[in-house]
Structure formats: C-alpha cells, structure tokens
Design a protein around this ligand. Structure first.
Ligand code: GLN
Length: 305
C-alpha cells in the first residue's frame, strides 16, 4: 500500500491542529513535517508528491498529538530563531521571544556607538571602562543564551559572563554559543544573579537581563503553551518585580562608571522599574524603549557611581 504524500500529510496535520485550536495550524504542521523529514519547509512545497516511509509518518503523528495537546512548537522542533540566528531550545529554557530582540538591538546600538557607553552626554571620564575595544558584559539569567550569544555575534569586541541558576539551561546556552562560534568570548557560570562575582571586585561595562517578570495574577492567566516553559524563567514574584529589585540593588557594585544596565520589562512595569533605579541615586540617565508593538519593553540606565 502506498503511503501518504507530503501534501496529504500536511493537510492532515493542518486539520488535526486546527481542530485542537492551535493558532497557526499550517505553519506548525509544515514545520513538524519538515522536522521528521529532516528537511526545511521549502522541501515540502517543491516535493508535494513525495511519500515518506511509515516510520516517519508515525513520528509526525506523535509530534502532531503533542502539539495539539499544547506543547510549544519550538520544544518539538528543538529550535527558535532569534536575531536571525537559530537557537537550540528545550523545556529547560524559556523560548526566545521577538520582544527580546528590542533589548538586544538597543544594546547593540549603544555598543556600536560605544564611547563611555554612548549613553551619557558628556561622560566624566570618556571611554571609562574601555580596554581597547573590549567590552565586558554580564547577562543575568541567560537561559538559552539568546541575548549573550546574539550580542557576542553582532559585536566582536564583547566578552560576556553569562549566569544562570539552572545547570540544564547553561548546557543549552553553551551549545548555542558553540553553534554560533562565540564560545571563546562567553563564560557560562552557575549562580543566582550576581552571586558568582560577590566579593571579587569584578566590574562590567554592561549588565543585561531578561529576568522573570510575570506577576502572580498573570501566572494564572498564561497561554497553555507558556505553561510548558520553566516557571523559574517566568515568575517574578507576586508583583512581578522581585528580580528588578535585586538587579537594581546589585548593579551599582558591579557596573563601571558610565556602564549600561539594560533590562527587558513587562509592558506595564516601566514606571516601577524607573522608580527603583531612581531610588538608588546612582542611575542619572534612564530611558524606556518600546517594542515593535508599541509596548514599553526595555529600560536602559547609565551608572554614575
Ligand atoms: N515575555 C514572556 C512572556 O510574556 C515573559 C518573559 C519573562 O518573564 N522574562 O511570556
């Protein structure tokens, strides 16, 4: 008996996922089919009459069932694109979001105009913290490494210390650094925020973070896909601000004078995070940047400690 063609399999998958209420049934079905075939989506369109063997078909149906039950597509395909780069992901890391590209792009803009972080109008010591064109960055809660790796890929002078509390996440991040050829410029360290550097006197030109920032109330309203992501990468305490409090409190000790702190925030957290920064008396310059959807997404602050 002849098996199903790629065209038939795609149609069945679309139908299965649509009935399960998946938002983008065609895209997801095609990506899962391409995954089991070990091809890209383009192959499906060029070879609609190709008949995969039954083992491949069974594997496809198994993935469709998992997707229909709410597992995120990216945990099934094992990848997510971010900043034009393909990242390995698994359920031990948050799936990189396009929102976070706003953070990376803002930081890159400043690094590229880097002279004393390029954020203060007249840095008191221009180029302070500079060591040639070397910039030392710290990524807190690196997860898949999406931020650290893409920054390192697009800014050759950047050296990053990337911290995460989860050893499983660090393994994924390390893989991504190798995949993109920047492993020699990123050190991955297990720890809780600044803990690996406490008492070392180490200071950074840049501290970047996309910390967990979902509040208790929002945690109860998450999309079913998001429930598969690590709670430790999402939950920011009852008010969602727990990690900003710790990061803002610790940053002055670990930032060089004129250094930049850049954090992703939830759309309604800008005022609260700016308040935290102002309370320190150390961050004289703050800025809120909106994402492509027009929501407040990034807070930048320059240290004048
Ligand atoms: N942006 C993510 C979401 O809305 C949350 C990421 C985070 O907590 N840092 O699901």
């Amino acid at each position: 008996m002849k098996g199903n063609t790629v065209r038939e399999l795609a149609a069945k998958g679309v139908d299965r996922l649509r009935r399960a209420g998946v938002e983008s049934p065609r895209l997801d079905a095609e990506l899962l089919l391409a995954k089991v075939l070990d091809k890209d989506r383009h192959f499906l369109h060029v070879n609609p009459d190709y008949c995969p063997d039954v083992g491949v078909e069974a594997e496809y149906y198994a993935l469709l069932n998992r997707r229909a039950a709410g597992e995120p597509l990216q945990y099934l395909t094992g990848i997510q694109e971010f900043m034009g780069l393909v990242f390995t992901v698994n359920p031990s890391v948050l799936i990189p979001r396009s929102d976070t590209e706003t953070l990376v792009e803002e930081v890159l803009d400043r690094l590229k105009g880097y002279r004393g972080m390029g954020v203060s109008e007249t840095p008191e010591t221009p180029g302070s913290g500079m060591d040639g064109d070397r910039v030392l960055g710290l990524d807190l809660g690196t997860g898949s490494g999406a931020i650290a790796v893409s920054l390192a890929c697009y800014f050759a002078g950047l050296y990053v210390k990337a911290v995460d509390i989860s050893p499983e996440a660090l393994r994924v991040a390390q893989k991504n650094a190798v995949r993109h050829g920047v492993a020699d410029r990123i050190d991955f360290l297990r720890g809780d925020l600044f803990s690996p550097f406490e008492g070392t006197g180490q200071k950074f030109d840049l501290i970047v973070s996309n910390p967990p920032y979902i509040s208790g109330k929002e945690m109860r309203e998450l999309q079913r896909e998001v429930l598969h992501e690590p709670q430790s990468a999402l939950y920011g305490g009852s008010d969602g601000l727990c990690f900003y409090k710790k990061i803002v409190a610790g940053a002055p000790e670990f930032l060089k004078r004129g250094g930049l702190l850049a954090v992703e925030i939830g759309y309604d957290q800008a005022a609260a995070v700016i308040d935290l920064l102002n309370q320190t008396g150390v961050f004289k310059y703050t800025e809120v940047v909106k994402d492509l959807a027009g929501r407040c997404r990034v807070v930048l602050a320059a240290a004048h400690n």
